[in-house]
Write a protein that binds this ligand. Sequence first.
Ligand SMILES: *[C@@H]1O[C@H](CO)[C@@H](O)[C@H](O)[C@H]1NC(C)=O
Ligand SMILES: [Cu+2]
Length: 488
Amino acid sequence: MAHSLKIFCCFFFFFLFSTLSIIPLSHQLEQHPLDSLTPNEFIRVQAIVNQSHPTTINDITFQYIGLNEPDKQALISWLQNHRPTPITAPPPRQAFVIARINHQTHELVVDLSYDNIVSDHIHHGFGYPLFTFQEQNRASQLVFNHAPFLAALNKRGLKVEEVICETFALGWFGETKQNGRVVKVMCYYLDGTVNLYMRPIEAITVTVDLEAMKITHFRDRLVVPVPKAAGTDYRESEQKAPFGPELKGITVVQPDGPSFIIDGSRVRWANWDFHLTFDARVGPIVSLASIYDTEKQEFRRVMYRGFVSELFVPYMDLTEEWYYRTFFDAGEYGYGLCAVPLEPLRDCPANAVYMGAFVAAQNGMPIEMPNVFCIFERNAGDVMWRHTETMIPPDLITEVRPDMSLVVRMVSTVGNYDYINDWEFKQIGSIKVTVGLTGLLEVRGSKYTHKDQIDEEVYGTLLAENTLGAYHDHFITYHLDLDVDGCE
Ligand SMILES: *[C@@H]1O[C@H](CO)[C@@H](O)[C@H](O)[C@H]1NC(C)=O
Ligand SMILES: [Cu+2]
C-alpha cells in the first residue's frame, strides 16, 4: 500500500520537486555511503560489539550484520552537494547488527567513523532474528544422539548414515506467550539418490530449542512409507536414455567487450547508472538508479532503492508435521545468505561478468561469497520497436530497433527451492524485476500409491507413489522506493 501511494505521489508532484541532476547520484566515490560493509568493517563491528559486552564475549552470536542505511534526505543532499569535491562530511557510516548476547536479542547500531555503539536495544517482542548456518547445522545434528529418533529409524528399517536433517522455522499462530528461538527438525533419506527432498521421513516431530541447543519435544506418530529412490536423481550423469534432441551450441560474442562499466559498486550501461550492493537478508540491492536524458542532457532519477523485502511461503497442509510451515525465506533464512556461486556458462551467458560479496559468520568474521552476482547484456533477439511503411510507394520504409537490456542476476537456494533473481534494465527506461522459481518440491510422504485410493483431504496432489505435492504459495514482496524524476 505504501508503495503504491509513493508511486502516485511521484506522478502527481514530480514536476514540482524535480531536482536537476546533471551528474547521477551514484557517481564514483572512494567509498560510497551505500556500499556494503567491507571485510575490514565486519571485523571492526565484531571488535566494537566485543568490547561493549566484555563479560559475555564468548556468548555473542551475530545473527545479522549489514549496512545501517543512511538517512535518505541527508544522503541525497550530500550527494548533490558533493561535486566536484566534498564540502561536508558524508552521512555517518554505520552498521546495523542483530546479536544474541546473554540469551537476549540486541539490535545495535555501530558507528564505523567513531568506532562506537550508537544504540543498543534489547528486543522483547515477538519475532526472532535470522538463523545462522552454524546453529541450524548444530540443531539438525542433535537427532543423531537422540535414542528415540534412532529407534524411530530402526522401526522403519532405515540406515542412520543415509539420513540428512534440516531445520524449519516454527511460524506463529496467535500464541500470546512467546516461543523463544525454537525450530523443528525434519529428516530425509538418501540411499540411492541425492534428491533427499523426494524422500521425506514423515510423521516424526522433533522440536529444538536453539538457545539450549537441546531437543525439547519428540513424537513418532506413525510409520509412513518413504518414497522410493528410483527415478529421483536429477544429475545428468545419473540419467538414462532416451534423451531429448541435442541442440547445437549457441554463444554470445562481444568482440569489443561489454558496453557496461563496473566501478566498485557503481554500474553504468547505456543510459543507466545505478549502485549495486549485497545484503545477507535481502540479497541484491539496487540504489540510486537514474537514466540519462539525452535531450535534457541530465540524469533523471528513477529509483532510490529497490530489493526483495520478503519471500513468504505458507503451506496449506493441516497435518501435525506440516501445519507450521509458513516460511519467511528472507527474514528467517536470509535470501542473501542462501545465495550460491553462479555456474559460468550455465547460470549466466558467456558474456557475463561476475561479482562477489561478503556476509558475516555467526562469530562476526567476514565470509566471502564468490560469483554471487553476474551482470550481462541480453540480446534475446527481440524487437523493441519497429515500423514498415507500405503506404508510400514504390519503396518500403522499414525501421527496426532491436531490444537490448542489462541483467543483474543472483541465485538463492533456500533449502529445496532455487530462486533466480533478476533485475533487468531496459533501454526504453523501464526496470523489469523477475523471480524464477526452480529446484525441487518439498513433498509429503504418503501411504497412497494411486489417487483412486485417496478418500480423505490430503492437502495436495499425488505426484508419484507415496509422494504428495503439498499445496502452498510463494509470495514475493519488493521494497521499491521509486523517485521518478526526483520525488522523495
Ligand atoms: C571477539 O571475541 C571473540 C570471542 O572471544 C574472539 O574470538 C574474536 O577474535 C574477538 N574479535 C575481535 C575483532 O576482537
Ligand atoms: Cu513451491
